[in-house]
Design a protein around this ligand. Structure first.
Ligand code: A3P
Length: 292
């Protein structure tokens, strides 16, 4: 299938590509239900990992074959994705029969359809430190044909800092959702680094936020199934069935580590990045770990 790489353009003040805005009106008019659960992230922060965790927590027992027969993008549809004849997030969500519907978005907080707020839906926001996030996004953009051409690493790193990647500025994204959490109680804000450090503890926190009480055996099963190597091998979790990605360039489940940025940033890039970071993050209490 021939897909042309899109151009980046300004959309209501955020850099976007048309595959994520073409269904804007439908998305904005989407009628969320009060039991819908949203997973929101800046791209490459651990969306798929948390999607797999939630799908297992809710349906791992009642429908145990699901995780090995239905691709993650159908189990947890990407609300705003719109690729003709390939993916329609809106259509996928509307075809969902299981409850709760678990729905993924990469939108900055101000783009979320108002019905999610009106219905007081539970939302899990996953954030990842900027340095590992940009490295992961760079490799993803190299292999994903519905993303704009990434160019070389130095220019990509520069554009990340200018907010000129799809879904806009990482800094605005993580801060915007953090601020929303101060006034909207139904957001659980979590970090990729914590999930790496102590998966079991983060799953406990998720269960407590969602008011669910799986047995220890069920939780142990989830922990086993969401280990990096297990998900990397699972065709229904590793995106190898997705036609828009070229695994010859880079795998979707790439490294799954904290601090891989050290293999990409030069000393000079790191210093310059830290300087910009201090300025952009000066007005927030949000703190990230770039190593654990
Ligand atoms: P890397 O590119 O650093 O390896 P998203 O799902 O938001 O697109 O994020 C993808 C990133 O999360 C990739 O990071 C991927 O390897 C990582 N990831 C996915 N599942 C994981 C898991 N089970 N454990 C650790 N990292 C995981």
């Amino acid at each position: 299938m021939e897909l042309s790489r899109p151009e980046l353009f300004d959309f209501h003040g955020v850099s976007m590509a048309h595959y994520f805005t073409d269904s804007w009106d439908q998305v904005q008019n989407f009628k969320a239900r009060s039991d819908d659960i949203m997973i929101a992230t800046y791209p490459k922060a651990g969306t798929t990992w948390v999607s797999q965790i939630l799908d297992l927590l809710y349906f791992g027992k009642s429908d145990p074959g699901r995780q090995t027969s239905v691709p993650i993008y159908d189990r947890v549809p990407f609300l705003e994705l719109c690729i003709p004849n390939v993916h329609s997030g809106i259509e996928s969500v509307e075809q969902m029969t299981l409850v709760p519907r678990i729905i993924k978005t990469h939108y900055p907080v101000q783009f979320v359809p108002k019905s999610f707020w009106e219905q007081n839906c539970k939302i899990i926001y996953v954030a990842r430190n900027a340095k590992d996030n940009v490295v992961s996004y760079f490799h993803f953009d190299r292999m994903n044909m519905v993303e704009p051409e990434p160019g070389d690493w130095p220019s990509y790193l520069q554009r990340f800092q200018e907010g000129k990647l799809v879904f806009g500025s990482w800094y605005d994204h993580v801060k915007g959702w953090w601020e929303k959490k101060q006034t909207y109680a139904n957001i659980h804000y979590m970090f990729y680094e914590d999930l790496i450090e102590d998966t079991a503890q983060e799953i406990e926190k998720i269960c407590s936020f969602l008011n669910i009480s799986p047995t220890q055996e069920e939780k142990d099963h989830v922990i086993k199934e969401v280990a990096f190597d297990t998900m990397k091998k699972n065709k229904m979790a590793n995106y190898s069935t997705d036609v828009v990605m070229d695994f010859k360039i880079s795998p979707f489940m790439r490294k799954g580590k904290v601090s891989d940025w050290k293999n990409h940033f030069t000393v000079a890039q790191n210093e310059q990045f830290d300087e910009v970071y201090q300025k952009k993050m000066a007005n927030t209490t949000l703190r990230f770990r770039t190593e654990i």
